[in-house]
Design a protein around this ligand. Structure first.
Ligand code: NAG
Ligand code: NAG
Ligand code: NAG
Length: 487
């Protein structure tokens, strides 16, 4: 049924796009809908993978990696980070559509995999494969395992997870919401994202993803789809004010960005053209995962459960204790009248037990119903939280990012520290809410069930030893005016 609707909606969207294409750009009336890769139908994913194979065969995948590598010094450690990458994902999407009409960019909501990213379905043999293997760290499974790259030299796809066979925890949605809430303007948001959640994904996967030719790894595009969606969600908080909001310094910290600033690698395109996702050039929207909604439900349930527990300490609770005291009193006082009273005592005890059971189950209901609602909001089947290690009911605190990557992007260590501190504070706040259950935990329980269910077992991975954090010397910041005119 779900697939049927997906196909119908897919056909409608395709029809709308054709109408749009035929109308010669008469405004963004029928925006492309970008989905989370797991929310896309099997058919949509198949088309996406097929379009990518076409783009690999005709050299586009390698060309895009080269553009990113060539422009690296201009598009990082700069307020242009979000704007440039927004356009870059659009270029990728245009290429997808050239390769296979109707295919749109997909994104990866890694907040759902935040606790144990290495267990994500994305890293399975049926999808993008897992960690690199052997001395050369080549990825030997996944649909694109045969690919060889040309940027910057001939090589296989490399991944080197930053915790041996595991990946350091990523930002949960709680921390993303913190970034959205705490960023009053574009400049604040772009720095919070670049030096925060964005880096964790690159760094966690390692290999090509920690190089400036990261687009060799297709997950780069899904990751930057997510980064762009966070920017989109921030704009949607106050769309009219934020749709064209721009501010901050370009690389080198001298020149101020403006709507007329040309984009690195795309000199004909100006920053002002790539801010409003509803404009003609961009014209897309995101189909959001239920994460934000699930978080709201979880917060509300935690608040209610805490209130309920508190109410047990007074009023209602006292009357129960009184009742219990009365029962015990009755038992003690009336040795002589035991036989006579026993009927009443049993009745009273029965009532107390019933009340206690009722209050506990009320509490469980509050949280249990919320779990169902969260699960539903996330688009999952029922989950069994018993599958989780109890510590996974809370959010892990991700380790601070490795200094080497920090140096490569040129982002100031002080900014990285500040972002990390804020994220840790947010996670601790949610972890201290007694009855709060993060969508990340629920999603992970679901994933564990699927892993246990899996009929196909992947070949055991030979995991290379954990890589040391090798410091790198940053390349000196160029002046933005040194930007090469032609790509
Ligand atoms: C973000 O703001 C919303 C709305 O004001 C609030 O409910 C939520 O708790 C805030 N969350 C964080 C992490 O700042
Ligand atoms: C990063 O930006 C800051 C502030 O603009 C600047 O001081 C620093 O030199 C830059 N680092 C690199 C490597 O570009
Ligand atoms: C596990 O397998 C059962 C039976 O095939 C299926 O109904 C269920 O949806 C699966 N659960 C997950 C989480 O994949």
């Amino acid at each position: 049924m779900k697939n049927f609707f997906a196909v119908v909606i897919g056909l409608l969207l395709l029809a709308l796009q054709l109408v749009e294409a035929g109308s010669n750009g008469g405004g963004c009336k029928n925006p492309i809908v970008r989905k989370e890769i797991r929310s896309a139908s099997d058919e949509e994913r198949k088309n996406f993978f097929e379009a990518l194979q076409v783009m690999k065969n005709n050299g586009v995948v390698d060309k895009l990696a080269k553009i990113h590598n060539d422009q690296a010094n201009y598009v990082h450690n700069s307020t242009i980070f979000l704007a440039f990458h927004r356009y870059f994902v659009k270029v990728f999407e245009n290429e997808l559509q050239k390769a296979k009409p109707g295919v749109s960019a997909l994104y990866w909501d890694w907040t759902l995999d935040a606790q144990h990213p290495e267990n994500s379905i994305l890293f399975t043999p049926e999808w993008f494969g897992g960690n690199g293997q052997g001395d050369d760290h080549c990825v030997k499974d996944g649909i694109f395992k045969e690919w060889q790259f040309t940027t910057i030299d001939k090589h296989c796809l490399k991944r080197i997870y930053n915790k041996g066979n595991a990946i350091n925890a990523l930002y949960p949605y709680e921390a993303i919401l913190g970034n959205i809430n705490n960023s009053a303007n574009y400049d604040q948001l772009t720095h919070a994202i670049e030096g925060g959640c964005h880096g964790f994904v690159h760094l966690g996967m390692g290999g090509d993803m920690t190089e400036m030719y990261a687009p060799n790894d297709i997950t780069f595009w899904l990751h930057h789809g997510m980064i762009d969606m966070i920017y989109y969600q921030w704009q949607m908080v106050d769309y009219e004010t934020r749709k064209n909001d721009i501010s901050g310094k370009l690389v080198g910290g001298v020149e101020e960005i403006s709507h007329d600033t040309p984009l690195p690698g795309y000199p004909d395109v100006k920053v002002g053209d790539v801010l409003d996702f509803k404009n003609n050039l961009l014209c897309y929207v995101y189909e959001e995962t239920g994460t934000a909604k699930a978080m709201k439900i979880a917060e509300e349930a935690a608040r209610k459960a805490a209130e309920y527990k508190k109410s047990q300490g007074s009023g209602k609770g006292n009357s129960k204790r009184d009742l219990l005291g009365g029962v015990l009193g009755a038992v003690g006082d009336t040795v002589g009248n035991v036989v006579e009273d026993v009927g009443d005592v049993v009745k009273d005890v029965g009532d107390v037990v019933e009340d206690v059971v009722e209050s506990v189950s009320d509490l469980l209901d509050a949280v249990g119903d919320a779990i169902k609602d969260i699960t539903k909001a996330l688009g999952l089947e029922d989950v069994d939280l018993n599958l989780l290690d109890p510590k996974d009911l809370k959010l892990p605190i991700p380790d601070k990012p490795c200094g080497g990557w920090v140096a490569m992007t040129g982002i100031s260590p002080a900014l990285i520290d500040e972002q990390h501190k804020q994220m840790v504070q947010t996670i601790k706040k949610y972890n201290s809410m007694k009855y709060y259950i993060s969508p990340s935990a629920i999603h992970y329980a679901h994933r564990l069930a699927a892993i246990r269910n899996a009929t196909t077992t992947s070949t055991p991975v030979v995991v290379p030893p954990r890589r040391k954090c090798i410091p790198r010397t940053p390349s000196p910041a160029p002046a933005y005016s040194a930007l090469p005119v032609a790509a």
